[in-house]
Design a binder for this molecule. Sequence first.
Ligand code: GDP
Ligand code: IMO
Ligand code: MG
Length: 422
Amino acid sequence: MKVDILLGLQWGDEGKGKVVDVLTPRYDVVARFQGGPNAGHTLEFEGQKYVLRSIPSGIFQGDKVNIIGNGVVLDPALFKAEAEALEASGHNLKERLHISKKAHLILPTHRILDAAYEAAKGDAKVGTTGKGIGPTYTDKISRNGVRVGDILHDFDKKYAAAKARHEQILKGLNYEYDLSELEKAWFEGIEYLKQFKFVDSEHEINGLLSDGKSVLCEGAQGTMLDIDFGSYPFVTSSNTICAGACTGLGIAPNKIGEVYGIFKAYCTRVGAGPFPTELFDKTGDQICTLGHEFGSVTGRKRRCGWIDLVALKYAIMVDGVTKLIMMKSDVLDSFETIKACVAYKVNGEEIDYFPFDIEDVEPVYVELPGWQTDMTKMQSEDEFPEEFNAYLSFLEEQLGVPVKIVSVGPDREQTIERYTEE
Ligand code: GDP
Ligand code: IMO
Ligand code: MG
């Protein structure tokens, strides 16, 4: 069997959690391969809303096994809070949630370092989620990290060595901090974590594939936040692209099947960094209000703008997307016209590819008629308004990949699969 991968094509928050939940019944296993509690994946069903940070979004569908892979960074304190809340609402996790021994731990001092580095950057700050993501991946790459598997061997020594090193750096930065509360919650988290199954997830996943089982890999963040291909340095610290699933789970590239690329019918970004199609006017405010565009982790207002097809084409290229999923089209239900960026202007010259630097590019738009119809209760593509079908055809023609799923609201049920020919 092959693995399918679902990942964000924009700057995150495309609706990955919702669609992973919807697709889970078709798979045996769901696995997260990168990121950590910087993610906030929202699911809504039966009148309940859940926000997952480190736990894969396949956790609510039956008894499916969910895996936190080696590419993920895990904060035990935040994990405990997240898992306990799920258990309190009747979801038993202990047997079904497996955690890679090779996943790196976010230490309390990683969180402090995240804040200290941001403070030191001043106006140039990234606007991170403050969860210690960058410093944890930095330690991983510089071969100084502490991993989940270390909890079982010589843990106190490894923790103390990492903490001492971090404190030395913080001293150099002249950064004041108080570790006591964070550290207390963290060690409680470590004790809690020990109740879960620590696995060699590369063996587990490849074994499952050999046994004919199917796996859905869940991306976090989005391609435009990828450490290599995103709007560097305003990115996260992991490979969010399709290849990240290979390194973040131990899956060979020739095992990859479908790549689901997910995008909003418009575009958002949270945190600092260039955003060519950002709107600073009434329309931007309207998208923000109608789309409830506030961060699910930090509560920060998300910046809103029109869809950027130049960036989307680039994401589709680096991810090898085979199927597209369009989210939140209902947010545009009332718009008279809708714009889509089809090229950038750089120093007066028009380009249709994603350049090295998008800081000073100017978007070139085409304007399409809106559908001005409430789509939130629609059940099938047969009900789609003509203008909406025209918008989909335009996107497919521009992007060269079929849109197979359309989401018309936050609930699990508000999801329409298209059966049109590819
Ligand atoms: P993720 O990080 O990619 O999982 O996305 P988030 O959960 O951070 O943000 C997506 C937000 O949009 C959440 O609040 C979802 O409940 C909501 N959402 C998902 N799909 C739709 C949709 O089709 N329409 C509307 N209006 N909201 C949606
Ligand atoms: P999901 O999985 C949107 C952004 C932050 C910041 C940059 C770096 O819910 O789509 P970090 O804390 O990772 O060092 O922050 O990345 N960011 C996200 N934006 N959705 C996310 O996750 C994000 N995770 C990180 O706002 O700009
Ligand atoms: Mg999110």
